[in-house]
Design a protein around this ligand. Sequence first.
Ligand code: HEM
Length: 165
Amino acid sequence: MGFLQWLENTDFSQFIASSTWASLVLLCLHAIGMGVVVGILWVLDLRVLGFARSLPFAAFKPLMRLAWLGFIVNAASGILLFSGAATRFIINTDFQLKMLLMALAGLSVLLLQRSLAVAARSPETSDVLVVPPAAKVVAAFSFLFWFGVILFGRQIAYTLARPAA
Ligand code: HEM
């Protein structure tokens, strides 16, 4: 907790916590990053689950780079938002659940990419990639995990403890 107290009391974190427009800009960046990363990954999950079959999996290669950019924007804006009230966020159940679901969501993306890469190399796959059933299960969980990240992320603002007077 010592480090989080130090982080929260730095001049920069105090500026973020007290400045309305700094929080506004960071929350806007957080929303944009979320739209990019979750938007692309939900389309990938739905494609794996059989929607938009005409969309080739090769199209996701450049899109995944964009998704990583969206995640980096969210990590940067999220850490800055976090720094302004670190000791209150770290004990907030919604924040903890969001971080847990984000770790599971990240793991599911790695598993999905690996499963699709293996399927793409298999001799059965001629020009149309045959999606293994396990990849569909991972895609369904990935979809739900990202939904949970957004749900609990949004809930934080309602459950975050007030600053000590
Ligand atoms: C792709 C990953 C992420 C997604 C989809 C996401 C999503 C969200 C959403 C939907 C909110 C609610 C925003 C609002 O109240 O308008 C939020 C808030 C927040 N997120 Fe994230 N987030 C992500 C990554 C991160 C990371 C890596 C951190 C780092 C610690 C983080 C820290 C926060 C904090 C501190 C808040 C609360 C802001 C506040 O209410 O003042 N987020 N997030």
